[in-house]
Design a protein around this ligand. Structure first.
Ligand code: FAD
Ligand code: NAD
Length: 476
């Protein structure tokens, strides 16, 4: 094996988890390679993983385009602004999204170059002895050896056996980010994060959107009051979310999809022109491991790791969506950095208790820490303080009074245990909770921090004051 094919660190996967690991390892002076199999829409290698190609960034580009269109039709009027016959050119909107994707995937290639990370374009498989074989796009195979190998293979959409993706009528996120026209009626299976975000995009552009969710509760992972408020707002927007709906059959007939489901009232069928299946994602571990590596997968193909993302095999680590924990880009960022630092002998660490969640709907939903349901279930004594955006001058001036902020603190120590928000701009505001919790701060700390007026963040200030029934702008 030649000198060039030996590395201190080999990363398989250049998504958020993998590219963070690779860049941080290279910054720390380690000779690093990063392998990725993905191709962009132009058929050329594209780094950045699901997040940059077909996830976080393109979905947010479309959420922003569609929000402008929706506001033009539904919000601008009250400002005295009118635009007759507003139209959406889907091709231009998708083109803008593709340009943003290209800018960011190309950006990772530049960062690799600047940090001296060697990229390999192809499919990597780990073999015993930390050997990685890469099947390149031209069919040739190369062999690399790493003192350390970091598996960052990410995740793929889960396919339902009765609703196979055909990329025309039955699609996953990839297809739903690339519709060439606004569907007349979009069906969605799964009222999770992707269903709500991409359902919102096409609803705002004029689709009738029906979301079928198997569970009886809406957004069970969120705080129950937040989920209730969000559901009310989504209903006002015309998103038709049907809970307890168990889909059993999907048939494409004459360019339409007939979706049969059963709920408490019996069997029903909806006919849609596109169907988005967003029922979760699974670890992309297929083909990643040759026999005899010793790396263990659980029944769902998730790579087993300890709290430091170590697989138990000497020098083999795994990070991001292909291991346990929430499937979030920023969780992958932190794991990638922590593992690179641990390899370099530094105290790399991820605080899983302060990873924020954001759903980029309108209103936005965000939280960090425990929900009331969770605290009740584990018997932790707690107190709460809430504050509505309807009483926040800035939110009302913006014409966005929906939603509220809730601070949850320990009943005895006052330490903040959770921050739950639904409303405008809460994707940014949630970080006040992250910061407070990282520094083991209390509700009183938050209440005593001066917040600029008039800002949306005042809702957090008043909610923190409400924990001890001293909010100024509402009756306690
Ligand atoms: P990935 O991003 O999946 O990257 C893995 C990479 O490894 C891929 O490029 C893949 O091609 C490559 N790969 C896999 N196996 C091999 C192999 N054997 N050899 C070579 N290469 C391989 N998260 C958020 O935090 N915020 C959001 O707003 C958000 N929005 C999303 C919207 C959508 C529509 C979707 C689908 C996801 C979204 N996510 C969001 C989730 C986020 O995209 C993932 O959590 C994140 O991309 C995971 O990063 P990763 O590096 O673990 O894996
Ligand atoms: P999800 O886990 O968020 O939601 C899936 C939903 O589908 C759940 O509510 C589940 O009960 C439901 N479901 C499962 N099987 C079903 C069935 N047979 N019929 C009807 N409903 C069914 O999954 P997702 O929306 O596919 O997103 C995947 C992951 O991607 C998310 O968990 C999240 O980690 C990540 N993501 C994050 C963001 C963000 O951070 N803003 C955005 C998009 C995706």
């Amino acid at each position: 094996m030649s000198e060039q094919q030996q590395f201190d660190v080999i990363v398989i996967g250049a998504g958020p988890a993998g590219y963070h690991a690779a860049i941080r390892a290279a910054q720390l002076g380690m000779k690093t390679a990063c392998i990725d199999a993905a191709l962009g829409k132009d058929g050329k290698p594209a780094l950045g993983g699901t997040c940059l190609r077909v996830g976080c960034i393109p979905s947010k580009a479309l959420l922003d385009s569609s929000r402008q269109f929706w506001n033009l039709q539904h919000l601008f009027g009250e400002h005295g602004i009118s635009a007759k016959d507003a139209k959406i050119d889907v091709g231009t909107m998708i083109g803008r999204k593709d340009k943003i994707v290209k800018q960011f995937t190309g950006g990772i290639a530049m960062l690799f170059k600047a940090n001296k990370v060697t990229p390999y374009y192809g499919f990597g498989t780990l073999h015993p002895g930390n050997i990685v074989k890469v099947k390149q796009h031209d069919g040739s195979e190369i062999e690399l050896k790493g003192t350390n190998v970091i598996l960052a293979a990410g995740s793929d959409s889960i396919e339902l056996p009765f609703a196979k993706f055909d990329n025309e009528y039955i699609v996953d996120n990839v297809g739903a980010l690339d519709f060439t026209a606004v569907p007349k009626h979009l069906g969605v299976i799964g009222a999770g994060v992707i269903g709500l975000e991409l359902g919102s995009v096409w609803k705002r552009l004029g689709s009738e959107v029906t979301i079928l969710e198997a569970l009886p509760d809406f957004l069970a992972a969120a705080d129950a009051e937040v989920a209730k408020t969000a559901a009310k707002e989504f209903k006002k927007q015309g998103l038709d979310i049907r809970l307890g709906a168990k889909v059993s059959k999907c048939e494409v007939k004459k360019k339409e999809v007939h979706v049969t489901y059963t709920d408490s009232e019996g069997e029903k069928t909806i006919v849609v022109d596109k169907l988005l299946v967003s029922v979760g994602r699974r670890a992309a571990s297929k083909g990643l491991l040759a026999d005899g590596t010793g790396v263990k997968l659980d029944q769902r193909g998730v790579i087993e790791v300890d709290e430091h993302c170590h697989t138990g095999v000497d020098g083999v680590w795994a990070v991001g969506d292909c291991v346990r924990g929430p499937m979030l880009a920023h969780k992958g960022f932190e794991e990638g950095i922590a593992v690179a630092e641990l390899i370099a002998g530094l105290p790399g660490h991820v605080n899983y208790g302060t990873i924020p969640w954001v759903i980029y709907t309108e209103p936005e939903i965000a939280w960090v820490g425990k929900t009331e349901q969770e605290l009740k279930a584990d018997g932790t004594p707690y107190k709460t303080g809430s504050f509505p955006f309807a009483a926040i001058g800035r939110a009302v001036a913006m014409g966005e009074p929906a939603g509220f902020v809730k601070v949850i603190a320990h009943a005895e120590t006052d330490r903040v245990l959770g921050l739950h928000l639904v409303g405008v701009g809460v994707s940014e505001l949630v970080h006040e909770g992250v910061l407070t919790m990282e520094f083991s701060g209390s509700a009183d700390d938050l209440a005593r921090i001066c917040h600029a007026h008039p800002t949306l963040s005042e809702a957090i200030h008043d909610a923190a004051m409400a924990v001890d029934k001293r909010a100024i702008h509402k009756a306690n």
